[in-house]
Design a binder for this molecule. Structure first.
Ligand code: HEM
Length: 470
């Protein structure tokens, strides 16, 4: 690990490039109790100190044990899984009994709908909508050329716009209220996630956060139902001949399915909309914002990525075939996700007793899977785990992790692996390509490194970047 007081810095931004800029690893000290202060664990694992203070109910597995456990989890189906998701009461309010929470047959039904909406052919069809959203953002940037732009905020707007357009057939403005309420709920969850409560206390005492989250939950539900009604009315008036080919259309179709086996309820529809508004935006926002930050600092990699983009697309907008061939950019995105994974840990309940040599993990134990720790584990990664070195991915993930697949599970694992991983990669590649085609960019000296965990790892203080027209 890099000593934050030494001259060399976390991402190798040392000396020769920007001598005044220091980005210490995870040394930001959050200044409110809601902020997880993330720092280095003495045994080499990186964990949230807030989590450690409050983790009485969970066992934080050592990386070595988790590596073994995850091998078992890989081969299991959601019905017979060794590890089950373990949503808390607030997460349930945020995501209902949707795909990220539920299990068994219901999960299979929901996963089928999601797979269909986000499979390879559907993703190809989304490229034009993604490009239009990036063009809208770049149009806004024209007013600020040669000045600072706060790219964290821009990335947030863009990713909200993209998921609104591609999954819900609307613009960010139409979904704005839903996004804002989901974020508010997310803040309540972050505040309460690791608090210890006496069992049953909620029955007698409604805490302020419970009341507030009840209200938000109801308001989100009403907004989503209004959106569904609008789509259904369009079809009834004959303006559309089906419910639409996007994710929302698939949900409404499943709600009207004559076969009860495939039908989903109105509540399911609401839960799926909430889940995809949130997962579709929050995580990809992190990926894009962190990669812009790292490229603004590592201008040599910025040049390499730009060269690749020009070779594939020239001055034209990206296309689906070219996106799949962006090798340098894939390396940069993998390295960004390794250093700053949007999801840093997964909570799981062990369904059946697991024996690993002398270790017995009993049934019903709650475990935390420390993704961040694994992505920084010096035993897995060949070298320089703290440095920004996209070249480690030149020969693929298996080579970079010394064939230890558990070392790089930023999208989860097994049958419940992230359904939007290719969507996120496409979106980030399109946005970065279009930015690289137009601008050279550097990090502003006003940047303050402030990683915090709310729902995902994000930055408290934003990312001011200066863009110079090519
Ligand atoms: C960089 C971007 C992203 C990251 C790092 C990420 C990460 C994850 C992780 C760690 C999981 C948990 C998997 C598990 O429990 O094993 C997950 C699940 C999920 N993600 Fe993502 N995600 C990203 C983008 C997206 C996007 C763009 C969408 C939607 C369009 C999405 C939708 C989902 C859904 C629906 C699940 C639940 C899957 C299931 O249970 O079957 N994610 N994601």
């Amino acid at each position: 690990m890099v000593d934050p007081n030494s001259n060399s810095t976390h991402h190798g931004i040392a000396g020769n490039q920007r001598p005044c800029l220091q980005i210490p690893t995870w040394e930001y000290k959050g200044d409110s109790p809601n902020e997880r202060q993330i720092h280095q664990h003495s045994n080499g694992l990186l964990v949230s100190s807030y989590f450690r203070k409050n983790y009485a109910r969970y066992s934080c597995l050592e990386a070595a044990i988790w590596k073994k456990l995850s091998k078992l989890a890989w081969s299991s189906s959601p019905n017979g899984a060794y590890l089950k998701r373990r949503p808390d009461q607030f997460s349930k309010k945020l995501l209902g009994d949707g795909i990220l929470v539920t299990d068994g047959q219901k999960w299979s039904k929901l996963r089928k709908i999601a797979n269909h909406a986000f499979y390879a052919e559907s993703l190809k069809g989304m490229v034009p909508a993604m490009i239009t959203s990036v063009e809208t953002m770049l149009e806004r940037w024209r007013q600020h050329e040669e000045k600072e732009i706060e790219v964290n905020k821009e990335s947030r707007l863009l990713t909200a716009e993209v998921i609104s357009r591609t999954a819900f057939g609307s613009s960010y403005l139409e979904g704005e209220k839903i996004f804002a309420m989901l974020m508010e709920m997310g803040t309540i969850i972050a505040r309460n996630r690791y608090k210890i409560r006496l069992p049953g206390i909620g029955k007698f005492l409604k805490l302020r956060d419970n009341l507030e989250s009840d209200k938000i939950e109801q308001a989100i539900r009403e907004s989503i139902i209004a959106m569904v009604n609008k789509r259904e009315e369009k079809m009834m008036r004959g303006e559309e001949n089906n419910y639409g080919s996007d994710f929302l259309g698939s949900l409404i179709k499943a709600n009207h399915d004559p076969d009860e086996k495939n039908r989903i309820s109105v509540d399911d529809m609401v839960d799926e909309c909430k889940t995809f508004y949130l997962t579709g935006q929050e995580t990809t926002n992190g990926l894009l914002a962190w990669s812009l930050l790292l490229l603004a600092v590592h201008t040599d990699w910025q040049e390499k990525a730009r060269k690749e983009v020009f070779e594939l697309f020239g001055q034209q907008n990206p296309n689906a075939e070219g996106i799949a061939r962006l090798k340098i950019m894939s390396m940069i995105l993998n390295e960004t996700l390794r250093l700053y994974p949007p999801v840093i840990n997964l909570l799981r309940r062990v369904e059946r007793e697991v024996r690993l040599g002398k270790l017995i993990v009993p049934a019903n134990a709650h475990v935390m899977l420390p993704l961040l720790a694994l992505h920084h584990d010096p035993e897995i990664w060949a070298q320089d785990v703290d440095l920004f070195k996209p070249e480690r991915f030149a020969d693929g993930v298996a080579k970079a992790t010394n064939n230890n697949i558990a070392g790089f599970i930023l999208f989860g694992f097994g049958p419940q692996i992230c359904v939007g991983l290719n969507f996120a990669a496409n979106e980030a590649k399109i946005a970065l390509s279009m930015i690289l085609q137009r601008y050279r960019f550097t990090l502003s000296p006003n940047y303050v490194h402030s990683p915090i965990q709310i729902l995902t790892i994000c930055l408290k203080n934003g990312i001011p970047v200066v863009f110079n027209k090519l």
